[in-house]
Design a binder for this molecule. Structure first.
Ligand code: BGC
Length: 805
């Protein structure tokens, strides 16, 4: 069944993209398709135990292209190797690929079709670059605004996440690349990520965190990656309940479960539902062989895991040449396409444009026009564009467009540029650091550890920023015993610390984990920051309009410790607005940030991390060649004191390694609504250069759930796209915890000025159910419920009451 679905996807891809044949023309009748699951079985039987074990843990690829994982295959039988690569925003290798916008930007487009295209680009590039399995999409819920990987995932709401993940997977797999949905499950923060125990109620899991995974599997995802953390005290990668019971028994998952990188903790994991230990074998290698020999793990568990992996390979045509008697003559593996190329760039740009969220636009300051006069463009991301976040989702972009160049192409008046904040920095002078950091850097052998200790003396107090470039190492810089920066294979890890005048203890610890390394360090002094800021303020004073690009450096591995813009950019923006009240802020940030300067600026355009085509998309939006239509998929709080986890360390970041999901199903906007907490910007919110009105709400119970219709009208003067949203109020007949409003449907509609359309927004039966934690089953809504419709979680002008029987 599943192979047919994959094929259908591939056929559409060909038709739509007019691209290259993914499989030979005779593919439909080729060995790849005709090999049955029974033949997979005989293949497994023909394998030695060592050959079988080689599938259940990763190895080193002698011909690596820089991908994260490798399975060698069995040459003797014609089973090819498997190459597994990240990731969520494009193919992460040592080679160039299409750098897509961050998935959170994709989700903000609320455009399901675009999610499929997004997946197609990554699928195409991945296959073209020699890969077989993609370690993406990530679909964990955004639970806390601090989450280091919020940019890599979709939303704080399960419905939008589910729709994005299933479409994206269809796109990826339609190109012949297997998708791995990750990180299963309750992997919602980076702080203590390897050891954290997430205590999550059953209802929250079933209603919020699990549905996107279920949607991914329904869409045919080949693999699931289990998470680093524990779920209710049991490691996610040996969680019998979640892996064997939920995934396999309840959801009929036929693909395989691989561990996150070094998330395996025991050999018995294999019997608890894990099929593959990555990236190498510590438990499912020699210890597994021993466990089989002494009978503590039955051989059939290994056979089952290998069968699952091979079955997926078979569905993708990868066993076309494999037989129990050895490689078959005259057969062909699926052809590899050319990379996504121009098509990739076009889609990347479209996602960046449609995912951008216009947060504020007073006095129609945007779009820019001749009326805007001369411009001062401020901020390093204008010139050195922010492409994506850090960690395994990083991509070496094959195309980069810089906002500044693209603005200059469109501007009618003068354009001045100032970085405002230069974080490249300079070498710390000998007088300040005793002993000095070696002028030609520190060299490390592979695996070598070194510690550099020194005394830093500063005359001025203030914020000092340090950069450590250690592309092959893990690094930790502490000053006076406080962590300043941690880097893991970063070309430039940065961290800042307030220093008082005087002498401070500096300690830089390094360990080369990938290969030999050459490490450099630099700093940025408060004097340098002040000088850059002064130049920016002067440029702003002389221009009619100031456009400030602000950024953060969100990365896997670390949560943010503050919701403020880093490196005192709030001060920079504030200073610019004092010199020029006509200020526009463009955000290149990965998740919610606070905006103490919001009342002082005219407009804010949130681009997130917009990928390689982000520069062009930004300029097109600023100049009105594209009309913003993105909507927030996460709430932006007014301050750190007003978040769902404020003031309770047990809710975040956790106490003694345990984090308690005390909010239950009231994640994100649901918590704000229930507690009456005012957000800075609500979930679902986003402006346009035009405006929309809603009327004529109708709600009818249908066989599949509810049929909701409403009329949307473009009341402004430009063509634009709107995302009308439907939320469900609580069920009067149900006693358990219920959100006061939960997103239950949405659609995206493009309208010309004055045009109106009646849109249909079906509400699925799934949105009408509750998980009953006492009976461990779904209960269906039987009472009265309010159905709300409008433009965001807090702007819901229409409502109707419906009685469900
Ligand atoms: C990340 C995964 C990633 C893997 C391989 C892990 O550290 O958590 O998301 O796929 O590394 O790079």
């Amino acid at each position: 069944m599943k192979s047919k679905r994959v094929l259908a996807g591939a056929a559409t891809a060909l038709a739509v993209l007019g691209g290259y044949a993914l499989w030979p023309a005779s593919a439909a009748s080729s060995d790849a398709r005709s090999r049955t699951d029974e033949q997979v079985h005989t293949l497994v039987q023909a394998m030695t135990l060592d050959e079988k074990i080689s599938f259940v843990h990763g190895s080193t690829d002698p011909e690596s292209r820089g991908q994260a994982g490798f399975i060698p295959g069995v040459k003797r039988l014609g089973v090819p190797p498997l190459r597994l690569t990240d990731g969520p925003a494009g193919i992460h290798l040592k080679e160039k690929a299409t750098a897509m916008p961050a998935p959170v930007a994709l989700a903000s487009s609320f455009n399901d079709r675009l999610a499929r295209d997004f997946g197609k680009v990554i699928g195409r590039d991945g296959r073209a670059l020699g890969q077989d399995v993609l370690l993406s999409p990530m679909t964990n819920i955004i639970r806390v605004p601090y989450g280091g990987r919020n940019f890599e995932t979709f939303a704080e709401d399960p419905l939008i996440s589910s729709r994005m993940v299933s479409q994206e997977i269809s796109g990826i797999q339609g190109e012949g690349l297997m998708a791995t949905v990750k990180h299963f499950v309750a992997n919602n923060q980076e702080r203590d990520r390897q050891t954290l125990d997430a205590q999550v109620g059953e209802q929250m899991l079933r209603e919020v965190e699990l549905p996107p995974f279920k949607a991914a599997l329904t869409s045919g995802a080949s693999a699931v990656m289990c998470a680093y953390n524990k779920v209710n005290s049991v490691h996610a990668c040996e969680n019998d309940e979640l892996l064997n019971h939920v995934l396999r028994e309840q959801w009929d998952f036929e693909g395989w479960v691989m561990s996150d990188w070094s998330a395996t903790h025991s050999t018995k994991s294999l019997s608890k539902g894990l099929d593959q230990e990555m990236p190498l074998g510590n438990y499912l290698d020699a210890p597994l062989k021993k466990a089989i020999a002494d009978g503590s793990i039955p051989q059939r568990d290994v056979d089952a895991s290998v069968t699952r992996i091979l079955t997926q390979m078979n569905h993708y045509g990868l066993l076309a040449c494999a037989t129990p008697d050895g490689p078959q003559e005259g057969c062909a593996l699926p052809e590899r396409p050319k990379p996504a190329g121009d098509m990739g760039a076009r889609i990347a740009q479209r996602v960046a444009e449609q995912g951008a969220v216009l947060l504020k636009n007073k006095q129609d300051t945007l779009p820019l026009s001749t009326r805007s006069g001369s411009l001062a463009v401020i901020g390093q991301p204008a010139q050195k564009p922010v492409i994506g976040g850090g960690g395994s989702s990083e991509v070496i972009p094959n195309t980069v467009t810089a906002p500044l160049d693209e603005i200059r192409k469109r501007a009618t008046g003068a354009v001045a540029y100032q970085p405002g904040l230069d974080l490249t920095g300079t070498r710390i002078p000998e007088g300040a650091l005793e002993p000095a950091f070696p002028a030609d850097g520190i060299d490390l052998g592979y695996g070598e550890e070194k510690t550099f200790t020194s005394q830093l003396t500063v005359k001025t107090g203030g914020l000092y920023t340090f950069n450590v470039s250690a592309p092959q190492s893990v690094s930790l810089l502490t000053i006076d015993g406080t962590d300043v920066l941690r880097g893991s294979r970063n070309k430039a890890a940065r961290g800042a610390m307030q220093l008082k005048p005087g002498t401070h203890e500096v300690k830089l610890q390094l360990r080369a984990i990938r290969s030999t390394d050459h490490v450099q360090m630099s700093w940025v002094t408060p004097e340098a920051v002040a000088a850059d800021r002064a130049k920016a303020v002067e440029a702003a004073r002389q221009a009619q309009t100031a456009v400030v690009f602000a950024f953060d450096e969100g990365t896997e591995g670390f949560d943010r410790t503050s919701l403020s813009l880093p490196f005192e950019q709030d001060k920079l923006i504030d200073a610019v607005t004092r010199a020029n009240p006509n200020t526009v802020v463009v955000l290149n940030t990965g998740s919610a940030v606070t905006m103490p300067w919001l009342n002082r600026v005219k407009a804010v355009l949130n681009m997130y991390y917009p990928g390689g085509m982000g520069g062009r998309a930004t300029a097109r939006l600023l100049y009105g060649q594209a009309n913003p239509s993105g909507r927030l998929t996460q709430t932006f709080p007014t301050s750190e004191e007003h978040t769902p986890v404020a003031g309770d360390p047990s809710a975040y970041p956790g106490r003694d390694g345990v984090v308690t999901y005390r909010e239950g199903v009231d994640v994100g906007y649901r918590w704000y609504d229930k507690t009456g907490t005012q957000p800075l910007f609500p979930f679902g919110y986003g402006l346009s250069y035009t405006s929309f009105s809603y009327s004529h709400l109708t709600v009818q119970p249908s066989r599949k759930g509810l049929d909701v219709t409403l009329r949307v009208r473009n009341t402004g003067e430009r063509t634009g796209s709107d995302t009308p949203q439907v939320y469900l109020g609580p069920d009067s007949s149900w006693q358990g915890q219920q959100p006061s409003k939960a997103l239950a449907g949405y659609t995206k509609v493009t309208l010309k000025p004055g045009q109106q359309r009646t849109v249909r927004i079906p509400v699925d039966q799934d949105s009408l159910r509750h998980w009953n934690a006492s009976t461990h089953q779904w209960d269906t809504s039987r009472g009265a419920r309010t159905v709300w419709a409008g433009s965001s979680a807090t702007q819901l002008p229409l409502h109707a009451r419906v009685h469900l029987r």
